[in-house]
Design a protein around this ligand. Structure first.
Ligand code: ADP
Length: 255
């Protein structure tokens, strides 16, 4: 789907990530994990073309993304950064921002754009907030509005940088369930997740990074069994079966 081939990237000529070759699988959730500063956000930004790589190639369904005009790429790839100022705007108008790559010169939304925005709001169950100012919403609700905006952008690939950080646990799980719903719609999700337990439980693939390189990219089970998480974070991980669900959970403690 989206494939990075021997990528190196960074800032001011300083290489932060290197030797990155990875093929994010279509219709799956991949979580990028690793210690602070190891290059997770840099990888996400590079993969979404926000940061130009020093070398290497990124292809989307075989097409070199550096040759795709920005507006066209924004119809294929969306990126939700972690830190955002809270805009003074209604839910409806913020979600409409997702339609910008599709609007013509006059920037006037057409009937189809309005329908897509309304559907995205419905999908995220935000109908009752539609005319509310985003500034008056809770962190969890606001994050859902941003996901609705991404949904309205209607891209096959969605990059999310720490979508659950700073949220209460119930809102974290709600956002992760929403992300699962996006996957069920056929989207390819690549996200940076801080919470290892959530990353292992909610993802199809885990990409573990260390010092700007990928240590292992595999299923959560294979990554767990490799014990590489334990080595990188200097912890001991254990797999447990949740009582009333057949879902596997992971707990972590100091060595
Ligand atoms: P992570 O997401 O794993 O915490 P980042 O990709 O954000 O790591 O950062 C990796 C390294 O790149 C850090 O050392 C950070 O200081 C540096 N870095 C990140 N953003 C910039 C930037 N805009 N300019 C210069 N250095 C940066």
């Amino acid at each position: 789907m989206i494939k990075l081939n021997n990528i190196a990237a960074g800032y001011n000529k300083v290489e932060i990530i290197k030797n990155i070759s990875i093929d994010f699988e279509e219709g799956s959730i991949t979580s990028i994990i690793g210690k602070n500063g190891c290059g997770k956000t840099t990888l996400l930004k590079t993969a979404s073309n926000l940061l130009k790589p020093f070398r290497g190639q990124i292809t989307l369904k075989g097409m070199d993304i550096s040759s795709v005009p920005n507006k066209e790429l924004a119809k294929k790839v969306s990126f939700l950064p972690q830190l955002r100022a809270v805009p003074n705007i209604t839910v409806y108008n913020l979600v409409m921002h997702g339609r910008y790559p599709y609007l013509g010169f006059s920037r006037t939304p057409q009937r189809l754009d309005k329908e897509i925005v309304e559907n995205a709001i419905e999908n995220m169950r935000l109908e009752k907030y539609i005319d509310k100012n985003v500034q008056n919403l809770s962190g969890g609700q606001r994050q859902k509005v941003y996901l609705a905006m991404v949904l309205a952008q209607d891209t096959d690939i969605i990059f999310l940088d720490e979508p659950t950080t700073y949220l209460d646990i119930n809102h974290q799980l709600e956002i992760l369930e929403t992300i699962k719903k996006l996957k069920q719609m056929g989207k390819t999700i690549v996200m940076v997740l801080h919470d290892l337990s959530n990353a292992l439980s909610y993802s199809d693939r885990i990409c573990l990074m260390e010092n700007g390189e990928i240590t292992i990219y595999d299923t959560p089970q294979a990554v767990y069994e490799s014990r590489e998480i334990d080595r990188v974070f200097n912890i001991l991980s254990t797999q447990v079966a949740a009582e009333d669900e057949c879902k596997t959970q992971y707990v972590f403690c100091l060595k």
